[in-house]
Ligand binder design. Structure first.
Ligand code: NAD
Length: 478
């Protein structure tokens, strides 16, 4: 018998989990549930990630985790359990299918049928943040080639398995040429391996606008972490309610299934939440573990319930709904419909068990890597960049020259504009003389010189060329 780890979570979590368990048990599927405590109670018990070591062991033993939403306390050094679980368990792919259920659920987009596949471990969600000066904080955006290859190949394999005709990739690589540029480049490379599937790349801002306007033009979307988080909420909401969509977090060993929405504290305890998001997450879980018959049984009963007009408050519409039901009544209606099929909405067919083999990452041959200089970040409360440049030039070594100072990325020396507003956070670029590679000793000397000049260095970033190509951004205006 397959054992599943479950967590009731916070807010509306326990209400929707009870409804979902009730429905699963009514299908007769042979599963054993091991419950763990996560979320607010675990945070308050002193576990800064919202989960105890014992709960981790249960998740890792069972490998399949059905999780209700949890509340992440704001501030106070708490880390999001959702983000921690996805990364610690290597759940690299976040799959969020969203569909319209026209004419039964009100939507401006009756033909919407989109799967968002979101990279789940990298990007700004690496959670590496620092305060560097009294005025400036930073968050590191990390994107790796293995991370890109894994998620993009997963997206194309998913498209192949589920007969999706087109894969769209959204990034902001016109601005972030290194990080989003890598994601886009890998997308173009991997798309060549799937000539039978159309592919396109769009800049995320116009892509999101078009997605909200004409979602029927999109099919499967693959995106870096933050963009995926945002657009999947947009897509879910325009189907009719954010409470409808389920979400699968897939890794090579473990998988976690949930609703895409949060713990909805505004309606918690009222018994009126829509359990459909978690139920759709459960359908994905049943397909994942090969219980495809139970998955199809639930899916069709759920579609029939929507058709019958048994709607929770979030999707209730005077003209389209028959009766406004609470969470429990909705679950009872789904249970009563087990074995029935929808009449108008597309009937769910039993999926072939939804897995495919992902190739192991192959590290490429190592490129030639040359140190070409360094960006030294300086905390300085002065205002005139020329004054700072004069001090910095006294730090120069035999092999390095100060080539540029930027403030929040914009070049302010040499030849900056008087209008540019400057904070106390300065990036000071020292580059090798005549573009000759330098040794790390030059950097040590530069930093020693800074120290003896009383210049407050707060961080450094080495400037590299890979195979002779400079691999760092220019200053804006450079
Ligand atoms: P939310 O998704 O909880 O709620 C947004 C809005 O949608 C609210 O008006 C809510 O009432 C409504 N809503 C959400 N789910 C619904 C449902 N099933 N039925 C009916 N209405 C529903 O987003 P939020 O308010 O920004 O976040 C609340 C908490 O949830 C925060 O602590 C956040 O960190 C957490 N959160 C957790 C997860 C997760 O566990 N996966 C995801 C997102 C947010």
């Amino acid at each position: 018998m397959k054992r599943i780890t479950i967590a009731r979570g916070d807010g509306i979590g326990p209400e929707i989990m009870d409804a979902v368990l009730d429905i699963i048990k009514s299908t007769g599927v042979n599963l054993q549930f091991d419950e763990i405590e996560i979320g607010e109670k675990a945070y308050l018990a002193g576990h800064s990630s919202g989960i105890s070591p014992e709960a981790w062991s249960t998740i890792r033993k069972n490998k399949v985790f059905l999780k209700a939403p949890i509340t992440t306390p704001q501030g106070g050094g708490y880390k999001s359990l959702n983000v921690t679980a996805r990364k610690a368990l290597n759940l690299f792919a976040n799959v969020r299918p969203c569909r319209s259920y026209h004419p039964y659920i009100s939507t401006k987009h009756p033909k919407l049928d989109i799967v968002v596949i979101r990279e789940n471990e990298e990007d700004l969600y690496a959670g590496i943040e620092h305060q560097q000066t009294p005025e400036v904080v930073q968050c590191l955006k990390l994107i790796s080639r293995p991370g890109c290859e894994k998620i993009i190949r997963y997206a194309f394999e998913y498209a192949k398995l589920h007969n999706r005709r087109k894969v769209s990739c959204f990034t902001k690589d016109n601005i972030m040429k290194q990080t989003d540029g890598l994601f886009h480049r890998v997308f173009d490379e991997i798309a060549q391996e799937y000539p039978e599937i159309d592919h396109e790349h769009m800049i995320i801002d116009i892509a999101t606008a078009k997605l909200a306007d004409t979602p029927e033009n999109f099919d499967l979307i693959v995106v870096p972490n933050l963009y995926g988080d945002i657009i999947s909420d947009v897509v879910a909401q325009i189907t009719g309610s954010v409470g409808l969509a389920g979400s699968a977090n897939i890794g090579t060993e473990c998988a976690m299934f949930e609703a895409i929405h949060g713990s909805a504290p505004d309606i918690s305890g009222k018994g009126i939440a829509n359990p459909s998001g978690l139920l759709n997450g459960t359908v994905m879980m049943l397909n994942h573990i090969g219980e495809t018959q139970a998955a199809t049984l639930i899916q069709n009963a759920w579609l029939k319930t929507l058709e019958d007009g048994f709607h929770t408050a979030d999707i209730f519409n005077q003209d389209k709904s028959a009766v406004k039901v609470n969470t429990k009544e909705f679950a009872n209606a789904v249970k009563a419909n087990l074995g029935h099929k929808p009449k108008t909405l597309q009937i769910a067919e039993s999926l072939q068990s939804g897995s495919f083999k992902m190739p192991k990452y192959q590290r490429r041959s190592q490129p030639q890597k040359d140190l070409m200089g360094i960006d030294i970040f300086v905390d300085w409360a002065g205002l005139n960049p020329n004054e700072l440049a004069e001090r910095l030039q006294t730090m120069e070594t035999k092999e390095t020259r100060l080539s540029m100072i930027t403030n929040r990325g914009i070049k302010v020396w040499p030849n900056g504009f008087e209008e540019t507003f400057c904070t106390d956070h300065w990036r000071c670029r020292f580059e090798s003389v005549e573009e000759r590679p330098i040794s790390k000793q030059e950097i040590i000397t530069l930093l020693q010189n800074a120290e003896s000049q009383n210049i407050d260095t707060i961080k450094t970033e080495n400037l590299y060329a890979f195979d002779g190509k400079k691999a760092f951004s220019l200053g804006q205006g450079q």
